[in-house]
Design a protein around this ligand. Structure first.
Ligand code: NAP
Length: 337
């Protein structure tokens, strides 16, 4: 384990904002996690697990905490009759895992191509895109429980996955994820239900994993800010969910609003539709932060943007949605203070 001090959070997060992290611990193996916990306890500072820093907004003044992330990670595969079982250390890049699965002929995460971040962070967020979610393929998660000071293995059920949520998010900073295990079927099961994909594959009877991955990469490249030019954390806001009893009133007011039933109950409201079609907020800006034109759920930060710009933009967006539409919006991004 390597200990660094006062490392700028702007170098550790994809938003590229943020002052110094009091400490940064670079972990080599899972055995370093209890050492990191002890270090933070000794310093009387909170321990903040860090993945790729792609879902976090760090404040300009910095954070008086111990950040810890894995410096590396390994990936292993076991072959079952109907499926492959992948075991990825938490620090493995999520997209490297997807690329490997696609190469191996393992189905289920190709729609989750090109999502930045690590395998460990994918479990916290229960990442999802184009009708696929991490939880669809999660077998179990290994973690260190900082409350009981023991390594634990949680079944997918115990992870309590929901729409962009999990026990790891609900009990923030209790579990330090060390490894994720996924079960990926060998039999083709393309999931082309989302509009953009359905359009691309109209008339194609058996698309390959590689075709689907390439399409997702291209679709995302057209919708998201290029990371070499802008700071961003992808979708800044969660799509709100409402109860079935709220639907008739929404339908009456907005007859063209698409609505989606969630498997865990409730109805998902596509926030981008309101931001674009009702509030016309595409491109809304606060200083150097603005809502991305091709997908207004996404906040982009220009070179030199401050976290305060991003926060001001997010707060203005949330306030407008509340005032004009009456829906409460919450950020998907973790905002550190
Ligand atoms: P889109 O397909 O234009 O649809 C807009 C919204 O409607 C999406 O947010 C999506 O919700 C929902 N939606 C569309 N078709 C759906 C269907 N058949 N069933 C259920 N919900 C549906 O959205 P997009 O902006 O191009 O995004 C496509 C995918 O990329 C989405 O799954 C989205 O979550 C994902 N994405 C991820 C990030 C990120 O950084 N985490 C940012 C933007 C988009 P869901 O978002 O719940 O799927």
């Amino acid at each position: 384990m390597r200990i660094e001090e006062n490392v700028l959070l702007s170098t550790l997060t994809t938003f590229r904002t943020g002052g110094p992290a009091r400490f940064l611990l670079l972990l080599d193996t899972a055995d370093d996690v209890p050492r990191a916990v002890a270090f933070a306890e000794e310093k009387h500072l909170p321990l903040v697990p860090l993945g790729g820093g792609s879902n976090m907004l760090a404040p300009d003044k910095g954070v008086d905490a111990v950040f810890a992330r894995f410096a590396n990670g390994a990936l292993a595969r076991t072959d079952g009759e109907d499926a492959y079982l992948y075991s990825a250390d938490a620090g493995v890049s999520w997209d490297a895992l997807v690329a490997r699965a696609v190469e191996d002929g393992a189905w289920g995460i190709e729609n989750l191509s090109a999502i930045p971040g690590t395998a460990g962070a994918a479990a916290v967020q229960n990442i999802g895109a184009y009708g696929a979610a991490f939880s669809d393929v999660a077998e179990h998660i290994e973690a260190y429980d900082t409350r009981t000071h023991a390594f634990v293995t949680l079944s997918a059920k115990e992870c309590r996955f929901g729409y962009r949520s999990s026990v790891f998010k609900e009990e923030r900073d209790r579990f330090f994820i060390t490894r994720v295990a996924l079960r990926l079927p060998r039999a083709p099961q393309p999931n082309l239900s989302y509009k953009d994909l359905a359009k691309r594959f109209a008339g194609v009877s058996s698309p390959t994993l590689r075709d689907i991955r390439e399409s997702i990469v291209a679709i995302r490249a057209a919708k998201f800010p290029p990371l070499d030019t802008y700071g961003t954390a992808g979708s800044f806001f969660l799509n709100p969910t409402v109860s079935a009893s709220d639907v008739p009133a929404l339908r009456e007011r907005y007859p063209e609003l698409p609505l989606f039933d969630l498997p865990e109950g409730g109805v998902k409201v596509p926030l981008a539709w309101f931001l674009d079609r009702v509030l016309e907020l595409k491109g809304m800006r606060k200083e150097k932060a603005f809502l991305w034109d091709a997908q207004p759920l996404v906040v982009a930060a220009e070179e030199g943007a401050r976290a305060a710009d991003v926060r001001a933009l997010a707060e203005a967006t949330i306030a407008l949605v509340k005032e004009k539409i009456g829906i409460t919006v919450t950020p998907e991004v973790r905002i550190l203070s």
